[in-house]
Design a protein around this ligand. Structure first.
Ligand code: ADP
Length: 319
């Protein structure tokens, strides 16, 4: 194919810009025309689309957020919305689209592929909650942000002999919580994948206090929530002052790490190669460090295992 589009959809993630840059420059180097679509599927429905050149993506590889903006687009879930989007593509001669987003965005990409516009999804979400890939663009940057913040909280916890209950992102997945918990030496990590018992957390805090531990970090995934209540409960059970901090959207921003920039560049390149060969309705992912692709429906039906071994390691070494 000769004319493609690129859009970012759903929640933003650091590294999306690096992916856009790779898509644009790979396409141009292959003699294709490439169009930027603003604000996710909204841009396709409203015709908010512009042709990009190699310089359109200058100096964005190091920037968080997304040059193309992102949005949710309820209209795209309707047949009418899909037809409007298809019409925009036909008017511009767009034969394929690279969709950078999460599972929701991939469902939309499958719907549009079914209607003749070939879409390739790139996993862009900080949560790493896309089953077909061991890595999603933005995950590394978000975790490094958490580590930086928790290290700062630990300083003040130490000064005051406190416990810091830190809520990190991950509505349905505890990958950020678990990995940052290990990296920050958290006493306990609470994740949506596994049951938890605050009596057990309190017991561990008191046992380790006896051996001289002075400060405590408890990482709570967003999917568990109730961080304020958890802090109050732990304080009541242990007598150790506990404060809750919800890190929130700070985790979605910032300059992408080396890993996010490299993976985004590789995946962006790979997506254009698929479209060049008229292959659509695919999601690009990483398996054992290699870039691979899956049928979108197959990708959406996969399940990602939780790393119980790492959870066990976390519990073993946080004593
Ligand atoms: P993410 O892509 O990060 O999972 P969302 O779930 O919010 O984010 O999805 C982003 C957009 O993808 C939605 O606003 C909508 O335009 C489109 N989308 C989501 N789910 C579907 C669906 N089931 N069918 C068609 N389009 C969908």
């Amino acid at each position: 194919m000769k004319k493609i589009g690129v859009l970012t959809s759903g929640g933003d993630a650091p590294g999306m810009n690096a992916a856009i840059r790779a898509v644009v420059r790979t396409a141009i180097s292959k003699g294709m025309q490439v169009f930027g679509i603003n604000r996710g599927y909204n841009g396709l429905i409203n015709g908010d689309v512009y042709e990009m050149n190699t310089r359109s993506v200058s100096s964005i590889i190091q920037r968080g957020g997304t040059l193309l903006y992102t949005a949710r687009c309820p209209e795209f879930r309707t047949e009418e919305g899909l037809q409007k989007a298809k019409k925009t593509c036909e008017e511009l001669g767009l034969e394929g689209i690279v969709v950078i987003g999460g599972d929701g965005s991939f469902r939309g990409a499958a719907d549009l592929s079914e209607r003749g516009i070939l879409c390739v999804g790139l996993p862009g979400t900080i949560d790493n909650d896309i089953a077909c890939t061991e890595y999603t663009i933005g995950y590394d940057t978000a975790m490094n942000t958490v580590v930086e913040m928790v290290d700062k909280l630990r300083d003040t916890c130490h000064s005051h002999d406190r416990c810091s209950v830190v809520e990190v992102m991950g509505r349905n997945a505890g990958h950020i919580a678990l990995n940052t918990g290990v990296a920050c030496g958290a006493t306990f990590v609470l994740v949506p994948e596994l049951p938890y018992d605050l009596d057990e957390v309190a017991k561990k805090m008191l046992e380790t206090k006896k051996t001289g531990k002075q400060n405590f970090i408890v990482i709570v995934a967003e999917g568990i929530g109730h961080s304020e209540l958890i802090a109050k409960t732990l304080e009541a059970k242990t007598g150790i002052e506990a404060r809750a901090t919800i890190l929130g959207h700070v985790q979605r921003g910032g300059s992408p790490t080396l890993r996010d920039r490299v993976v985004a560049s590789e995946m962006g390149y790979y997506a254009v190669e698929l479209l060049e060969n008229d292959i659509g309705n695919r999601v690009v992912g990483m398996q054992q460090g290699k870039i691979v692709d899956f049928d979108i429906q197959e990708a959406l039906s996969m399940k990602k295992p939780f790393d119980e071994k790492l959870y066990q390691i976390s519990n073993t070494i946080s004593i």
